[in-house]
Design a protein around this ligand. Structure first.
Ligand code: MG
Length: 338
């Protein structure tokens, strides 16, 4: 079994701003696992929020020796080894997990959703993300999102109310809000969320810093709409302590280490009665299409990272009026675009 990897820069259509900062280019690392003439594709989109960079991903992948394994079907054994190489590095690990799953699906000539026996009709509508911007920029992005019936608005900056008011003037679509830990006190978050409720916002993601579980638990008692954990939940080991703090969790392949762990998180959250969102980093169609394979199991999809880029090297997940379409292409369902 042969692992190859190479870095690429994903160019963004617009500068993307959240409460932590702005970006025009996102460095990612693409992986390929080749065995018996079949190539499985994977991708790592590292985030400095979780202590990774494209350099750290490349360094981690350089330490991985897959030649010792005879068969990609030995997923558990291979992923246990990957886990043992070094702590952390979850996006680098996800890039291998995704490539292995893609290889297995291609070998069986089945899309992953079919291999897992999921109901493709249950694939949800994905939201389209609108980063923090000037009012003119916001208006342009709302127009570009014409085919998406749900908008996810990034807040946590100085002009939150102004942004929401402008969007509400432009559209009556379902709105979700992501503060990315941007509100600094529980009182500020409470005032903002009560105001957002009156403007028809459906749910709020990560209002307070990840470690402020006490503040978030208080906040949840004061408001009616669901509060979803993102930065507070990395993998399945975090979920138990969040049961009475958040209403749901946002699972991302790049945080948790891949599809195998994402599936564990989905079932853990379901057992605890928590809602499930699947989100993404800025990433190409490879990682987005991989996450989409699990989407029949989730409540909210935020799988639009590829739509925000202008040089996606792959074609994969399609949407129809925002609804995720799961088709019969094997594995994660991607082909090279050029
Ligand atoms: Mg988020």
């Amino acid at each position: 079994m042969n692992l190859r990897f190479y870095p690429i820069d994903l160019q963004l259509k617009h500068t993307f701003t959240i409460s932590r900062g702005s970006r025009d280019v996102v460095p990612v690392v693409m992986t390929e696992i080749e065995h018996e003439g079949i190539i499985g594709y994977g991708e790592a989109s590292p985030s400095t929020r979780y202590n990774e960079t494209s350099e750290s991903v490349m360094a981690f992948l350089g330490k991985v020796d897959l030649a010792q394994f005879e068969d990609p079907m030995n997923l558990d054994k291979i992923l246990r080894y990957i886990e043992s190489v070094e702590l952390g590095n979850s996006s680098a690990k996800a890039s291998i997990d995704i490539a292995l799953h893609d290889w297995i699906g291609k070998k069986m000539n089945l899309p992953l959703w079919k291999w897992w026996g999921l109901d493709k009709e249950k694939a949800p509508v994905t939201s389209f993300t609108i980063g923090i911007d000037t009012l003119a920029g916001i208006e342009q992005k709302v127009n570009e999102a014409a085919y998406f019936p749900i908008l996810k608005i990034k807040l946590g900056g100085p002009n939150d109310e102004e942004i929401v008011k402008r969007i509400r003037e432009l559209t009556g679509k379902i709105l979700r809000v992501d503060a990315n830990e941007g509100w600094k006190t529980k009182e500020e978050a409470c005032d903002k969320i009560l105001w957002l409720e009156r403007h028809g916002v459906e749910c709020v993601e990560q209002p307070l810093p990840a470690s402020d579980l006490e503040g978030t638990s208080w906040l949840r008692e004061q408001v009616s709409i669901p509060i979803i954990a993102d930065e507070s939940v990395v993998n399945s080991s975090d979920i138990n302590k969040l049961q009475y703090v958040f209403d749901g969790i946002n699972i991302k392949l790049m945080k948790c280490g891949g599809l195998r762990e994402a599936m564990r998180m989905i079932f853990a959250a379901k057992i605890l009665g928590m809602k499930i969102m699947m989100g993404c980093m800025i990433e190409s169609s490879v990682a987005i299409s991989a996450a989409a394979q699990l989407s029949p199991l989730i409540d909210y999809a935020d799988l639009d990272g590829n739509v925000l880029t202008s040089n996606d090297p792959f074609l994969g997940m399609r949407v129809n009026d925002g609804k995720i379409i799961l088709d019969d292409h094997p594995g994660i369902g991607v082909v090279k675009a050029f």
